[in-house]
Design a protein around this ligand. Structure first.
Ligand code: AQP
Length: 354
């Protein structure tokens, strides 16, 4: 592997209904990261997907669909490593080690588990509870320095940092003895930000745009055609006031703030710049402009996704190649982790010199 100053890792769950929030908060930024001096790994996190039940045939299609979305959005599988999690066994293996490092109290504080498990907590899978530990393993199997994600993943990233820190402390002596200095795992930087770090539902500006929202009108799917996109924006909930000319005027106006944020992210400008052009405009003028921009930005991606998903053999080959490259890196991390923890392993394990 060439020497890069940064290692970027991120993932998307193949749970269907990939939407504008996933695109603006994550995938579009994955594409931009390719221009940094970084090795980027983008993972279809299928082990995460099965923390809630998935129909097996549908899951296979969804894995290919997320891969197609990565490629259609502009991720280059030659420059970046594109793969699916279940083809790299080190993710699950490292997650077990981290299960023994993470504390129950830390996981009990995870708000996403509380939201997803809802009232029927006793019936939630253990995988759903353990999700953030597997996510830490995904990131740290590559000793990733940077992780671009939407704002909803902030707490999970903090847990990843806590796990890395505790591992480095618990095994400090062994880490040094094996020649890794005073820390084996980096304290990964979350990259959260921009105008679309949290895209909200088109039906309720206080709720995150989400794959699992029962209302299809709440989200713009990456597979929606131009008519569906325009209609969903036309019907998006708004208030009766014109757009303000200052960002401060969007406070207490979640739906207006959301649409302005979406426009800004699609156009690659700030909310301030959007309001410079549309301050004082009614939604009847702003919504068609937003719909035009959304269609121009998303229709080519949807078209390319359709073309790519028609050839599953090509997608599977991309995933196989990416998985082999990812495994080469993750296997090195796991060998070192096994030595640090004190396991006896096949192959030339480094003996600690004391
Ligand atoms: N609304 C959003 N705004 C900005 N970013 C978002 N992301 C998700 N929703 C938004 C980001 O997309 C990446 C992949 O997310 P994921 O599919 O792995 O997980 P998720 O957060 O569970 O997606 P959903 O749509 O919210 O699914 P459900 O309905 O199951 O809860 C992540 O970087 C995420 O931050």
């Amino acid at each position: 592997m060439a020497a890069f100053t940064e290692l970027v890792f991120s993932g998307v769950q193949p749970t269907g209904n990939l939407h504008l929030g996933n695109y603006l908060g994550a995938v579009k930024r994955f594409v931009e990261m390719q221009d940094r001096d970084a090795q980027c790994l983008y993972c279809v996190v299928d082990l995460h997907a099965i923390t809630v039940w998935q129909d097996p045939e549908a899951l296979r299609g969804q894995i290919r669909e997320v891969t197609a979305a990565f490629l259609a959005a502009g991720i280059d599988p030659k420059r970046s490593i594109v793969f699916n999690q279940s083809q790299v066994p080190q993710h699950a293996e490292l997650a077990w080690v981290f299960n023994c490092v993470a504390r129950l109290g830390w996981l009990n504080r995870m708000t996403q588990f509380k939201e997803k498990a809802g009232k029927d907590r006793e019936n939630a899978s253990i995988g759903l509870y353990d999700y953030p530990v597997l996510m830490a393993a995904d990131i740290l199997a590559y000793r990733a320095t940077h992780v671009p994600v939407g704002e909803d993943q902030k707490q999970h990233l903090e847990l990843t940092r806590d796990i890395a820190q505790k591992f480095n402390t618990d095994f400090a002596g062994s880490i040094a003895a094996h020649g890794h200095g005073d820390a084996f795992f980096p304290i990964t930087e979350p990259l959260i930000g921009g105008p679309a770090a949290r895209v909200m539902s088109l039906r309720d500006g206080t709720k995150k745009m989400s794959k699992s929202d029962p209302s299809d009108n709440s989200r713009i799917n990456l597979t929606d055609d131009a008519d569906a996109i325009a209609q969903k924006i036309r019907r998006a909930k708004t208030d009766p006031e014109p757009l303000p000319s200052e960002v401060a005027g969007l406070k207490e106006r979640p739906e207006a703030d959301n649409l302005v944020g979406i426009y800004a992210a699609l156009a690659g400008i700030t909310r301030e710049e959007v309001l410079r052009d549309f301050g004082g405009a009614q939604f009847s003028a702003f919504k068609p402009a937003l719909a035009d921009l959304a269609v121009t930005s998303l229709a080519p991606i949807a078209g390319e996704m359709r073309r790519l998903t028609a050839d599953p053999g090509h997608i599977d080959a991309v995933l196989a190649d990416g998985s082999a490259r990812a495994e080469t890196i993750a296997a090195q991390t796991l060998d070192a982790v096994k030595d640090i923890v004190g396991f006896v392993r096949r192959g030339p394990s480094l003996q600690a010199v004391r």
